[in-house]
Design a protein around this ligand. Sequence first.
Ligand SMILES: Cc1cc2nc3c(=O)[nH]c(=O)nc-3n(C[C@H](O)[C@H](O)[C@H](O)COP(=O)(O)OP(=O)(O)OC[C@H]3O[C@@H](n4cnc5c(N)ncnc54)[C@H](O)[C@@H]3O)c2cc1C
Ligand code: FES
Length: 317
Amino acid sequence: MGSTLKKVSQLLVSKKYLKARASKPGVNKVKHVNKGDACMYRITDKRDLSPIDYFVEVEAPHVAKAWKPGQFVVLMTHEKGERIPMSVYKNDNGRIGMFIRKLGKTSYELYYDFKPGDYIYSFVGPLGKALKIKNYGNVVFASDAVCGQAENYATLRAMKEAGNYTISIQSFENAANVYPEEFLAKPVADEYYLTTDDGSVGMKGHYLDVIKKLIEEDRVDIIFAGGKLGSLAKLAELTRPYGIPTYTTVRQIMVDGTGMCGSCRILYDGKVKFACRDGPMFDAHKVDWEDVLRRDKRFVELEKIAKERYLKSRGVI
Ligand SMILES: Cc1cc2nc3c(=O)[nH]c(=O)nc-3n(C[C@H](O)[C@H](O)[C@H](O)COP(=O)(O)OP(=O)(O)OC[C@H]3O[C@@H](n4cnc5c(N)ncnc54)[C@H](O)[C@@H]3O)c2cc1C
Ligand code: FES
């Protein structure tokens, strides 16, 4: 009897506590906390890169051991979270770095609810095909959004070690969105270009403008690129007439990330390929970009609802 009373009073106390929490603006009603003993992926660093992007570093030895440029991971912040793919790179300290954009529910959740010392529930990888690292000559890496910026550094570092002349181009919207110097690809580039749409820092323009000029000067042997899908489609059209090998990330919506669900299918050279298993980097001249852009918008309404629900529960909106 005593123990039943104890259980009832505990229940009442916790209900009261939850009600009080819920009524406080800015307090998350359902905060998922992963226990370190059950989860291996400790967050060791987390910083703002800009008002929209942030950096997260985690301990994930199995990924660090096997990862090669071009490969990605699929993570879950907590047991009930969604699986989201992320580009990663290996830091000199052996940990895994990610650049993440605050875009929807999960990326906001990781930003607001997790801090260094907390644990990420699941971190599967490395997934996808690694890039072929060899001496191509003059190698360009261009990026204009968060996933490409992480890959820019990692790929050019490996290409430089393989004896290539490396050219990095990083494009941002404006000066406020440019990352701190230590997160840019400058140290691994023999030639470096920073562009902003409004010219508030670096060159005014986009990586497409710089590549156009480099092609006119006949200084490009191969191009790799990541970032906004619309720009990658334009890049494919820009380099096609010159026959310059162009490889870009096709960041299609993924679910399992291992080739089982079919969500990330793309039309490639007239055949169906899976971005997770056959990519994520593809020969841009063989990709059906119209189909890629259309399929990327499949869940826009649902994503909007999930984001608003989370931000409201957090008191952010
Ligand atoms: C190979 C690969 C590498 C990526 N690397 C990065 C990275 O380095 N940094 C980064 O910020 N983002 C990266 N992304 C995109 C990232 O997975 C999505 O931004 C993330 O899933 C957003 O989840 P959300 O809940 O915050 O937003 P949501 O509201 O769920 O989604 C917002 C937008 O993100 C994209 N997206 C959502 N879910 C997925 C999914 N499961 N697979 C692919 N795209 C999705 C869609 O375009 C969607 O419209 C990568 C995606 C892929 C496929
Ligand atoms: S994400 Fe399921 S097949 Fe690629």
